[in-house]
Structures are given as C-alpha cells and as structure tokens.
Design a protein around this ligand. Sequence first.
Ligand code: LMR
Length: 335
Amino acid sequence: MKFTKKLAVGLAACAFSFAAFAQQPIVIKFSHVVAQDTPKGKAAAFFAQKADELTKGKVKVEVYANSTLYKDKEEMEALQLGAVQMLAPSLAKFGPLGVKEFEVFDLPYIFDSSDHLHKVTAGDVGKSLLSKLEPKGIRGLAYWDNGFKSFSANTPIKTPADLKGKKLRIQSSKVLEEQIRALGALPQVMAFSEVYQALQTGVVDGTENPISNLYTQKMHEVQKHLTITEHGYLGYAVIVNKKFWDGLPADIRKQLDDAMEQSTRYANQIAKQENDNALEGVKKSGKTAVHVPSKDERAAFKKALVPVHQKMESRIGKETIQSVYKATGFDPSKM
Ligand code: LMR
C-alpha cells in the first residue's frame, strides 16, 4: 500500500475510533443514603431520566440509593476526590466539611412552614450559602425539600422532660447536638445507614427525622412512639464536584441545569405528599402510637428549644442567623 493510502486508511480508523469514543455517554454517579421511595430518592431518579432526555442520551446518571455506594461521611470525601460526581446530602451534614453556616437550617423552629423556608432557599441567603462550598471544590446546584422532623422513641413523648436522659441519634451537626442537650437528652451522631440497627439493639433510644425517612427505613417497627413535633427542618443541597461540572461541554451543562431545575420543582412538589403518605403507613402498621401535640405541648417544646438559636450564634455566625430571620420574618422574642 502506498504511503498516502496507508495514511488515509489510518486517519479513517482514527476518526472512527474517535467517533466511537465521542459517543460514550458522560457518566454521573449520584450517590445518596435514603430509600428510592422517598422525596430525595424519587427526585434523583427523576433527574436521571430528565438528564437522559434533555441531553439525548449523552449523559447517563447512575443513581446509587440507600448508602449502597457510600455512607454519609464517605460520600462527601468521594465527591471531593471525584469518585462520585453528584450528591444531595442533608443540610445538617455540611458542618464537618467546615461550612458551619449551613447549620442555620438545623435551628429548631426557625421555619414556620415550607413557604418560609423557600424564602431562604430560593433567595439571596440560599445562593450565598451555596457559594461557600466553592473553596471546597464543590458546586451547589439546588435545594431539595424533605420536610419537618419529628421525635420518636420507645416511650411516650408529650413534654420535653419525656426525652430527658434518652440517647437520641442525630446527624453530624453541632446545632443538633445542642438541641438534644437542651432537652436534657444525650446526642449520638451516627450515619443514617446505621440508625435502624442502633434503634433495634437499643444502642440509641430514639431519633428525629421526617416521617418519610422513618417509614422507608422501617424505623417505626423498632420505635413504639412518634410525636409530630415538627421541631426542625430537614432538606438537601444538591452538589457536584466543581472540576467535573466546570469541565463539561457548555451545551451539556446547560441541558443538565434545565434537568436540575425541573427536578427541583418536582422534588419540592412531592415532598409533603410523600411525608403524609408515610405517616399514613406508620399509622396503618399499628406498630407505633402517633401523638399530635396539643397547643400547650408544642409551646413547651418551643420554649425549651428556641434558646438554642442564641447559644449557637458564635458557631453559625450572627449575620447568617439574622439574614434568615429577615427573610422569613422570624422573631425569637415572640416565642
Ligand atoms: C439523616 O441522616 O437522618 C438524613 O440526613 C438522611 C437523609 O439524607 O435524608
């Protein structure tokens, strides 16, 4: 074969293998710790589908639910190292990363309703909080709702005193630690994947979570009492490895941004219903007595827990707390 012909054949082969390579989808590994059948699990699956649709198959999102790939602490490290590209950790899990301001979301009773919360997450305060992740090599894309947490234990919970001396599992947040201490109880930080067993074996006596998490992990089977305290919020920041995200072709990134926007709308639409359905499931199971606190009982929990705001001022930053108060209209003196 003449040199020019050889070259032409070689170039054609090269072009062919480049085309084959170019057709390989970009893979986004999205790891999370909850069941598929939860607000976060469903929103992650929705995002995977939208990403496939909008990029016409150029991006494949692989969702790993239920801590099958990584547990809480590991998943943050894996994201920073680029072993996974996307996560949606609870806002209570950013403290160990050094971004303590996120713990403002953990302050008890700081949000009266989802509407108040959205004033923060959809506004400047939410944006500014996400920007604090950039120096950690993380880009924050969106906030996804779960809902309000309630306390569960094996003994009835009607007043704060009912939790005194109990070992209660919490997420890795100093504000949550202080919240549990304010009740005279003992905080136990533990990965989400270990909670069921810890409750079953009595390593801890109780916990707090939105009902969708409690129900889908079957925690109600090992908790005799659940009180709808709704004393604090649990939601998520959807985050990506910044280097990975910035390295995506601009058109693909735009399509993924659109997919994320649609997924965020979906997540926030279904969250309340998912929690209401889970509560029905708990009630139907007959395994857990559900108590709805009276006005006075609720007031007693507020009285015990709102002082945590001031106590945690030096950790979260007065400015951050004030900016949330301003966005929501929360007035601690009226508690
Ligand atoms: C928990 O650890 O209780 C939650 O953060 C789990 C989750 O991601 O909803």
